[in-house]
Design a protein. Structure first.
Length: 205
């Protein structure tokens, strides 16, 4: 039987990485099919694109999985209970800042930036995975603060939710700073400053 359809002329795994960079740079709405096809290369046509990935939305979902399994691993320290709570948060903030400022991919964090400006029905419909990822990170921050209260690193009077929100807000803000070209050194110095809040609270025990 004759083979039907045009054979793929691209590496699918590499195509996911290239599409990741397009979505990371432009966001879901602004990333066009033309840009995505150009990043994949191999002269891929629109029918071949849809045959390979199903839809722009399906490709974006694959991209998010790839991001969380690679660049997104900078958040792992938050969930490492062998680390002291303060160290877990510090490692997360510094590693995230370093990753977001690296030169070999778009600046900022895809989880923070990818759909914050969602304006189409399609983008709103697929905002769930990114919102869930942000919620998981928020929960990790909160767990660190609560663990510090439980082990005496922070006083029991500390408002855990409020303090976790401070660190989560800083984490999300790194994306805008990195995208605006603020250097890693400057952001890293900011991490030191914000951790001073934790240290000041610890001294009130």
């Amino acid at each position: 039987m004759a083979q039907m359809g045009r054979p793929r002329t691209f590496d699918r795994d590499l195509a996911i990485t290239q599409a990741l960079h397009v979505f990371w740079e432009h966001g879901f709405d602004a990333a066009s099919l033309t840009q995505l096809k150009a990043s994949i290369g191999g002269g891929i046509t629109a029918p071949s694109f849809y045959a390979a990935f199903g839809s722009k939305q399906a490709l974006f979902n694959e991209v998010i999985e790839r991001y969380l399994d690679t660049h997104g691993r900078v958040m792992d320290s938050l969930f490492d209970t062998t680390l002291a709570p303060r160290e877990a948060i510090e490692r997360t903030l510094r590693r995230s800042a370093k990753m977001q400022c690296e030169p070999d991919h778009p600046k900022g964090c895809l989880v923070a930036l990818g759909l914050l400006s969602a304006c189409t029905d399609e983008s709103k419909a697929i905002s769930g995975p990114l919102a869930r990822a942000r919620a998981v990170n928020r929960g990790g921050m909160l767990a660190c603060v609560e663990r510090a209260k439980a082990n005496g690193e922070l006083p029991t009077t500390v408002a855990a939710q409020a303090l976790a929100t401070v660190f989560d807000s800083f984490l999300l803000g790194i994306s805008v700073l990195a995208r605006d070209g603020v250097s890693f050194e400057q952001i890293d110095a900011g991490v030191t400053q914000i951790l001073g809040m934790w240290d000041a609270l610890g001294r009130t025990r």
